[in-house]
Structure formats: structure tokens, C-alpha cells
Design a protein around this ligand. Structure first.
Ligand code: SF4
Length: 374
């Protein structure tokens, strides 16, 4: 990173926590002609900047739909970016007059909320799914829009995890340090800043190895809470300011930090499982009714975890790695034959209609009513 980028990096990092609206409509990237590709994104300022950066040297049209200033994944999964928004963007942007074709590349991570077919029926535009990550767009465009399996799969490299840690560090420190300073003096404030400054990046750096589901998830959080509190207590004892009260407060601050991080990660990124909260216990699995599959392959094009694969003869999708499913629902939303659904261990199912009509909340959970017959 160039030195001159640091102020804007800091600004963008802090602002990532909040909706950050850009105008909707058309953004020109380079000097696009009438036959240049058209890509869709939401009106989240930072995403638009990332797309611009990734497409440097390429001429393209960027159609910006209203996602309430939220990134594509969170916007689509939370119901802020739907096919209605895309249809509205196509109709109101004047795109029809700017280009000589009718082909729109949709971001793969919008598939939890943006249905492809209603867009085509309402506008006459043909749609296809782009890659999961913005960085792969140039390669996909160079191939004329075809996406490799590896480009459909999500990745969360270390630098991006540390970027997320940086996003959380500042607000946590700004909230916790003044409070702790008032309670326990400047020593407690300093210990808190060091504790958060070490623990939060450590959580993100270690996540791919440590992220677990079920009861062990809470053990992981407890271990990080204890480690964070130990760091804080160590700093306080070095400063000769350790007391029972300050130790308890350190444990509480570390635990709150872990809860905040776990809420941000669970279901709110395409890396970690969402939950389906229903009236029955257990974790739902993804189910495919093979007889209904007509080989459209939408499910395979939108799954960020390669859970599904296309078989030949007959051409039908198959579930190859059910354990990798993060219950995002994208495949269910997109299947034109309603061949996919979630099923709980007691046999009750979450129907495609229910998945399409319920959205993830801020905790990465869908609350569904299982009295709805499939
Ligand atoms: S198989 Fe699971 S992870 Fe893949 S798209 Fe469907 S719900 Fe999402």
C-alpha cells in the first residue's frame, strides 16, 4: 500500500461498519463503448471502489442498484438487495440506450436475495453469475464471462481477515478504553487497549483453523476470552494496578468483544454458517430431490462452498459435500424447479418459498415457520 492511501484506508476501514450509500445508476469504468460488459453491484461506496480498482485498465459499465448502502452479500441475504432493486435499476438508469447488448453479469454473492429469472422476464436482459470475489472479475471478463469452479468458491485470505480485525479494533477501543479508564484509571484503559489490540487480530488470524460449529464454538470463544483477559491482567500487574475488580472487568470486556466478533462472523459472511431458527431442534441439512432436477445448474453457479456438482448422463446436480453447506440458501432461491430445500433431523422441511421470503437478520439467522407446507 502506498503511503498516500493510508488516510483513505483508515476512513474506509472505520466506515465499513456502517451503511455507506453511493448514488444508484450507471458508473463508467474506463471508456466503455456500447458493446462493453455490464456488471451489477449494490450502492455500497466501498464495494464500488473495490470494483473500480479491480477493473483498472478494463472498459465496462457498472450498474449500481439500491442495496441500502450495504455490501452485496449482507444486502442480498438481509433483503436489502433483491431482483426488484435490479429491475428498478435497469429501468431507471437508461442502460438500454447506452449499450447494444442485453447481458448483465450479477455478483455471485447476491444470489441469496436476487433471483435471476424474474429479472430476465421483467426486462428482457439475459443474466449470468459472475465470480464470488471481485478480484476474479478481470479473468472472468477476459474469458467472455465464464467462471471457473475455483472462482465460485469463497476465500478469506489473511490480509482480508486482518482488515476485518482493523475494522473492529477502532470502535472497540473507542468504546471500551474510556469506560475502563473511568472505572480503573489510565492503567486499566491502557491494559484494555493492549488486550483488544492483541486479541482481535489473533481471533481473525486464527479463524480458519479454529472456527468450529456447535458447542465447541463456545469453547473457542471462552479460550479467546480467557487469553484476552490474561493479557489485560498481565499489563495491569506490570503497572502494579491489578485488582479483583479490574480483573473481573477485563474478563467482561474480553467476553463482550468475543460475542461481538462471533455475531459479525456467524452467517454475516459467506465463510461461516448461518442458522435457521425454527420450532424444532437441530441443524438443517441441504436436500436435493434429484428427480426434479432438470440440469439448469444455477445451484452450482451460486454455491460459495462447492457443495453441489453437476453429473452427466443424466445431467443432474448432486450433493457432493453436504458438510460444507453454510445454509446460505442461495441454491434454494435460484433453483427453477424447487428441487432443493433445508431439512431438519425430525423430517420437517424449510420450503423454497419460505427460504425466498425470509431473510438473515443481523445475527446471521433466519427465523422460519415450519407450519408452512413444502
Ligand atoms: S448448498 Fe449450502 S452453501 Fe451451497 S448454496 Fe446451497 S445453502 Fe448455500
Amino acid at each position: 500500500m502506498k503511503i498516500v492511501d493510508i488516510p483513505s484506508y483508515l476512513r474506509d476501514t472505520v466506515l465499513r461498519l456502517f451503511p455507506h450509500r453511493a448514488p444508484t445508476g450507471i458508473v463508467r469504468i474506463g471508456s466503455p463503448e456500447r458493446d462493453a460488459p455490464v456488471l451489477l453491484t449494490g450502492n455500497y461506496t466501498l464495494t464500488i471502489r473495490r470494483v473500480r480498482r479491480a477493473l483498472e485498465g478494463i472498459d465496462a459499465w457498472l450498474l449500481v442498484a439500491d442495496s441500502s448502502g450495504i455490501n452485496v452479500w449482507c444486502g442480498a441475504a438481509g433483503g436489502h438487495l433483491t431482483h426488484h432493486d435490479v429491475i428498478a435499476a435497469i429501468r431507471t438508469s437508461g442502460l438500454d440506450n447506452l449499450v447494444s447488448h442485453r447481458h448483465l453479469i450479477l455478483p455471485q454473492l447476491a444470489a441469496t436475495g436476487v433471483e435471476r429469472r424474474p429479472i430476465e422476464e421483467a426486462t428482457g436482459w439475459q443474466t449470468r453469475w459472475g465470480p464470488a470475489r471481485i478480484e476474479d472479475l478481470p479473468k472472468v471478463l477476459a474469458r467472455g464471462g465464464s467462471v471457473l469452479g475455483s472462482e465460485r468458491r469463497m476465500r478469506f485470505p489473511l490480509w482480508e481477515r486482518l482488515d476485518m480485525a482493523a475494522m473492529w479494533l477502532l470502535p472497540m477501543i473507542l468504546i471500551a478504553v474510556p469506560i475502563l479508564s473511568v472505572i480503573g484509571g489510565w492503567q486499566a484503559g491502557l491494559a484494555t487497549a493492549i488486550m483488544i489490540g492483541l486479541t482481535v487480530p489473533a481471533v481473525f488470524a486464527a479463524l480458519p483453523k479454529l472456527w468450529v460449529t456447535g458447542g465447541r464454538r463456545w469453547l473457542t470463544y471462552a479460550a479467546f476470552t480467557a487469553a484476552g483477559a490474561a493479557v489485560g491482567a498481565g499489563v495491569l500487574s506490570l503497572l502494579d494496578a491489578l485488582s479483583f475488580t479490574s480483573l473481573i472487568v477485563m474478563v467482561i470486556v474480553a467476553a463482550v468483544a468475543m460475542v461481538v466478533l462471533s455475531v459479525d462472523l456467524a452467517g454475516s459472511t459467506p465463510m461461516y454458517p448461518s442458522t435457521v431458527n425454527a420450532t424444532v431442534a437441530g441443524v438443517p441439512g441441504i436436500v436435493l430431490e434429484a428427480d426434479r432436477c432438470t440440469g439448469a445448474a444455477d445451484c452450482i453457479q451460486v454455491c460459495p462452498w462447492a457443495v453441489l456438482k453437476m453429473n452427466s448422463n443424466p445431467r443432474r446436480a448432486g450433493i457432493v459435500d453436504p458438510g460444507a453447506c453454510i445454509a446460505c440458501g442461495a441454491c434454494i432461491v435460484q433453483c427453477p424447479e424447487d428441487a432443493l430445500y433445508f431439512s431438519f433431523p425430525d423430517g420437517r422441511v424449510v420450503s423454497p418459498a419460505t427460504v425466498r421470503s425470509t431473510r438473515l437478520n443481523l445475527l446471521g439467522a433466519r427465523t422460519v415457520d415450519l407450519s408452512d407446507p413444502k
